[in-house]
Design a protein around this ligand. Structure first.
Ligand code: TYC
Length: 115
């Protein structure tokens, strides 16, 4: 599979208006997909359910139904995914969650994992 698009193509690759002389010049740009990271929340016995739902709505743009479903999944299985993001965005979400949980003195824990 060729993932390298040609950005510049000239019929006269020599750029000299003639043929057989001059320098062949091509510009190619490598496109690389960014790595993605999952933000995962862990269950604990102390963080209130409503607080986790609120976090999912506020920082992960879930509606109340989605947020409740994800929270219950974490509550029942111990772990659950909140979203998948590029590195910087995942890191920002993790920081926002931890700051918010700490501010409200809840022991909520999270993991960031390469996809
Ligand atoms: N287990 C918590 C309770 O019963 C609720 C909870 C859900 C906590 C998800 C953390 O990531 C979590 N209050």
């Amino acid at each position: 599979m060729n993932l390298i698009p040609r950005l510049q193509k000239d019929d006269d690759e020599n750029h000299d208006g003639e043929s057989g002389t001059g320098t062949v010049t091509r510009t190619r740009t490598k496109i690389k997909k960014p790595s993605l990271y999952r933000v995962i929340l862990l269950n604990d016995d102390f963080t209130p359910m409503e607080f986790v739902v609120h976090i999912l709505e506020r920082f992960f743009s879930k509606n109340s139904e989605q947020a409740t479903q994800i929270m219950l999944h974490i509550h029942n299985s111990g772990i659950g995914e909140c979203g998948i993001f590029t590195y910087e965005i995942a890191e920002t979400k993790v920081t926002q969650v931890m700051d918010f949980a700490q501010k409200h003195q809840h022991p909520l824990q999270r993991v960031m994992e390469k996809n």
